[in-house]
Design a protein around this ligand. Structure first.
Ligand code: ADP
Length: 789
């Protein structure tokens, strides 16, 4: 309201100024035609002084340039009708003088108003007035409030720019419009207020209401309405000043909402707030503070730190008291303690009190304002967590110790295994090598190469480098087991052979490939194998050479045997003729003599008899030799040989011998064998004949048996004769070898050698065994190709 008054006063001043500036002299005369008031401009034309106020105009007529002014004034006063005339002022200025009745509010004429206008400067004055009006408008337009001047009919007389902006129309269009036209929706309410103000003549201030702006959005405004009075003192309009308070209103609403939300959220979060006056120790806790601990607003009287500490858990009391004291002494501007408070039910509850010191008076802390939050679950969870953590830590410590032990064991195992163990995670350059890896290569512990893949590659023999690299790559990509031999350069300055083995694994959890491998020194083994290979091939060469030599010898031997057989045959044939001559002549010599001569020449005849016996013996030997050589030369014709028939043939041949000696020849069914029948018959005849022959003082008994086993046929000829000393068992198979004197047992000593020759030509063997009760047992084998059936 004051503001409005000030604005009106200003407007009045403006009007005074306007009158002053336009050089319109105004002179007020009372009914007695005495000077009542005049404006300064009058002095320029009539030379009036302040002391002239109250004096009759007559007395100062000499200074007034219009001599008939007094008459005119009287006339106007009486008639009530104004007059106007021109006169010359000081300096010859043309003046237009108006004389008009002065009317009071009731319409009575109470004097006269004389206006003096400098006609010359009128135009100038008009221009100034226009400028001033513009200035006024400018002032109005720059007031942020909306200003409306309305007449008695509630029509807009004047408005400023802010008002125009609200309606969205230019000022010129607003002026003259009715309230209904401008605000159709709110007109009724506005007009009601306007009428109330104009009727009562008292301002109506602080009308707060929503309006719609030109863009149809809602805005909140506060309007002050002040009645305007006309010169007659009657209300002739009103001034409405409207301020946009949308932002204030919004802020206010937000504030209300926020504090409501705060209240709700504090309740929900089991949170409350408190204020502690550090100077008076006056403590205020909010209802929420109490509610958080289960207390009703009227319960738990907590009005001081003492009363607060009484409900705090005994163990937490000293720390909280200290924290408050620290704030009180100004050492910290923040209070933050997590402590327990005895809740209404259920014992102590963990809470967190956070406060901020504010209102410092000359540096002295005044108050702490803060919140209390129930953090029971959090703290209990935290305590539980700490306990679990501690347990976990002790487990981890135990495991670490175990791990340490097993790591040591692992290292000992690796080094003890005499293997150079390594590990590589491709494609890293870094590798891990067990100490022993380098020691195998002759490094001392203090100068192991850096643990890099290249340290390993550098030492691989160029011939095996590419192969090793490719093998490791393949292993990394496809897995499997790698086992290669390669040469590595050792610190002794030599290459040695090593066996490299590696496996691919996927490290659990990390999902990356790890190659783990080892190297083992196999140099000695490789060298030994190489040496063995050399020896073996040398040996093979020698065996081949020897075999060749042997087969040549065998051939030579065969050739010689054949030659020998040939020679024996020829010799036997050629010897027979001269032998027959000798024998024939000896017989003739004996037969050509008479008995007397025979008596005289008894000695000669005995000589001739001896010659005859010698030639017979020689003839026998030649037959034997011939038979022996025949066996060598004859073809061996393999056929079915019926042994039983052969035995029957022999029995018939030897019938006389058997009968004379009273001997017997025993044989079971012997079946058939695959052999040359004639040759086999000769073998059996020789053996059986010997069995009958080499017996002393008893009738001979010869048994022939057959036994098939192990892919061969064994024929056994056993006798009860004189037997053969074990030292001669091999010799008797040599030609012409005899053990007994020719006088006791006849024979040439070729029979058994012929037997051996025949048996060997059939691929068999012949030998003699002794018989326990005396006698011999001759055995020969034949590959059994035919069964007894
Ligand atoms: P021979 O019977 O013409 O003397 P053999 O070659 O048949 O010639 O035999 C060689 C020797 O083996 C015989 O002189 C004899 O001393 C010995 N011998 C052969 N068969 C028997 C036998 N059944 N018992 C004992 N001695 C034998």
């Amino acid at each position: 309201h004051q503001q409005k008054i000030r604005e009106l006063t200003k407007l009045t001043d403006d009007m005074d100024n306007l009158l002053g500036c336009t050089n319109v002299g105004t002179l007020f005369l009372d009914p007695n035609m005495s000077v009542r008031k005049f404006t300064s401009a009058v002095t320029d034309h009539f030379r009036l002084r302040d002391s002239d106020v109250g004096r009759p105009l007559d007395e100062i007529s000499s200074r007034i340039r219009a001599p008939d002014l007094i008459d005119r004034a009287r006339r106007v006063f009486e008639s009530g009708a104004g007059e106007q005339f021109e006169a010359l002022g000081g300096g010859g200025v043309a003046l237009l003088i108006g004389v008009n009745p002065y009317r009071t509010g009731r319409g009575l004429v109470d004097g006269v108003v004389v206006t003096i206008v400098d006609i010359d400067s009128l135009k100038e004055a008009e221009q100034r007035a226009a400028a001033l009006s513009t200035q006024n408008q400018l002032i109005l337009d720059h007031i942020p409030a909306m200003v409306w001047y309305k007449d008695r009919m509630c029509r807009i007389v004047r408005a400023n720019r802010a008002a125009a902006e609200l309606t969205g129309l230019p000022i010129s269009e607003i002026e003259g419009k009715s309230t209904e036209e401008l605000h159709p929706a709110e007109a009724e309410r506005y007009i009601r207020d306007d009428r109330e103000v104009m009727k009562s003549g008292t301002p109506k201030l602080g009308i707060i209401e929503p309006v719609r702006d030109s863009e149809d959005s809602e805005r909140w405004v506060r309007t002050d309405k002040v009645p305007l009075f006309g010169e007659d003192g009657a209300v002739n309009g009103l001034l409405a000043v409207t301020t946009d308070i949308t932002d204030v209103k919004k802020t206010e609403d937000a504030l209300v909402r926020t504090s409501r939300l705060l209240e709700l959220s504090q309740r929900a979060a089991q949170q409350g707030h408190f204020t502690l006056d550090l100077r008076t120790d006056e403590l205020h806790v909010s209802d929420e503070w109490k509610a958080a601990l289960g207390y009703e607003p009227f319960e738990a009287q907590i009005g001081s730190t003492g009363e607060l500490l009484a409900v705090v858990h005994a163990e937490d009391r000293p720390a909280l008291r200290d924290a408050i004291e620290t704030c009180r002494r100004g050492e910290t501007a923040r209070l933050d303690r997590t402590h327990r408070i005895n809740a209404k039910i259920g014992g102590p509850v963990w809470v967190r009190s956070i406060g901020e010191v504010y209102e410092r008076e000359e540096g002295v802390p005044a108050r702490v304002v803060g919140t209390l939050t129930v953090v029971d679950d959090v703290v209990r969870a935290q305590l539980e967590l700490e306990r679990v953590n501690a347990d976990l830590e002790s487990v981890v410590r135990e495991r670490t110790a175990e791990l340490e032990v097993s790591k040591k064991r692992f290292e000992r195992a690796i080094n003890g295994a005499q293997k150079g163990v390594w590990e590589w995670v491709p494609p890293d350059e870094a590798c891990w090598f067990a100490d022993h890896f380098w020691e195998i290569l002759g490094f001392r512990r203090e100068d192991h190469p850096p643990p890099l893949l290249s340290s390993f590659h550098e030492r691989i023999h160029p011939d095996e480098l590419d192969m090793t690299r490719e093998s490791l790559d393949r292993l990394a990509h496809h897995g499997g087991l790698l086992s290669v031999r390669l040469r590595l350069w050792t610190q002794d300055g030599n290459y040695r052979w090593f066996q490299l083995r590696a496996l691919r694994d996927t490290e659990p959890g990390l999902n990356r490939v790890v190659l783990t491998g080892s190297i083992v020194d196999v140099h000695d083994e490789v060298s030994a194998r190489e040496a063995l290979e050399t020896t073996k091939s040398e040996l093979e060469a020698r065996v081949a050479a020897r075999t060749e030599e042997l087969s040549a010898n065998v051939q030579t031997l065969a050739d010689r045997n054949e030659q020998l057989d040939q020679f024996a045959h020829v010799a036997a044939h050629d010897l027979r003729a001269p032998l027959r001559t000798i024998a024939g002549n000896a017989e003739l010599a004996i037969m050509g003599r008479g008995p007397a001569e025979n008596a005289q020449n008894g000695t000669t005849d005995r000589h001739l008899e001896k010659i005859l016996a010698g030639t017979r013996r020689m003839s026998e030997l030649i037959d034997s030799l011939s038979a022996y050589s025949r066996v060598g030369r004859a073809d061996c014709l393999i056929d079915d040989a019926d042994l039983d028939r052969i035995i029957e043939g022999i029995r018939a041949d030897l019938e006389t011998d058997l009968a004379e000696s009273g001997g017997e020849l025993v044989s079971g069914p012997l079946g058939v064998v695959r052999a040359d029948p004639r040759m086999i018959a000769q073998v059996l005849r020789n053996l059986i004949a010997n069995g009958i022959k080499f017996v002393r003082d008893k009738p001979p008994r010869v048994a022939v048996s057959r036994d098939d086993r192990d892919g061969e046929t064994r024929i056994r000829v056993t006798d009860n004769g004189i037997g053969i000393d074990s030292q001669f068992r091999a010799a008797i198979f040599e030609p012409f070898k005899r053990l007994n004197a020719g006088s006791e047992f006849a024979g040439s000593g070729v029979g058994l050698s012929i037997c051996r020759r025949i048996v060997e030509r059939h691929g068999g063997e012949i030998w003699v065994e002794s018989v326990p009760e005396g006698g011999s047992s001759f055995v020969f084998t034949l590959p059994s190709v035919v069964s007894t059936a």
